[in-house]
Design a protein around this ligand. Structure first.
Ligand SMILES: [Fe+2]
Length: 193
């Protein structure tokens, strides 16, 4: 059984993302993916395999929804700005500069219908921006997200209506680069084992 992870910050404390918006997102949408994943695992454990294709498609959708939301919420609660070393160095190495990275990442937000992810890719040991539809279409095997930007309307419509660009600005203003850097450190450490 998976349990929802609590927000690490006061939901009233975000800049440009309201308490109601973040609370509904966390308590309703994210929680629904966790609950759905638990239900699917229960069916599998009970040997209910009649609709196996549907079950497995739903498993991928809900499990990915759970994981990406947990990274998204963990990424928030900071003060934005720019990352510290060694994350900054790695971004510069992989994209030419921090500005280049942000340009590509932001361009991806106009293409993705679900998420834009900054991923550590175990295949080449580099960072990549990946654009994902839903929660799992566009995922690249062997890559792990260190930063996740939720582009589903449920993430911003209450605060911004169709103005997705303003929401993306708010995401960056609340970004906890330390959390992103810690996740990258963990992955890089595991890659060296
Ligand atoms: Fe979401």
């Amino acid at each position: 059984m998976y349990e929802t992870k609590p927000l690490k910050f006061d939901p009233k404390s975000l800049k440009g993302i309201s308490e109601k918006q973040i609370t509904l997102h966390h308590d309703k949408h994210y929680a629904a993916y966790v609950a759905a994943r638990n239900k699917i695992e229960e069916k599998l454990a009970n040997g209910e395999l009649d609709c196996i294709r549907e079950l497995k498609k739903n498993e991928s959708h809900n499990a990915s929804g759970q994981v990406l939301h947990e990274i998204y919420f963990a990424n928030l609660g900071g003060n934005g700005g720019v990352p510290e070393k060694p994350l900054m160095d790695m971004i510069s190495r992989c994209f030419g500069s921090f500005e280049n990275w942000k340009k590509e990442f932001t361009a991806c937000t106009t293409a993705a219908r679900g998420w834009v992810l900054l991923c550590y890719d175990w295949t080449d040991g580099k960072l990549h921006n990946y654009a994902v539809d839903f929660h799992d279409e566009g995922a690249v095997w062997n890559a792990a997200p260190v930063m996740a930007l939720d582009l589903w309307e449920h993430a911003y419509y209450l605060d911004y209506g169709p103005d997705k660009a303003k929401y993306i600005e708010a995401f960056f203003a609340n970004l906890d680069w330390k959390d992103v850097g810690e996740r990258l450190k963990k992955y890089a450490r595991e890659a060296k084992k």
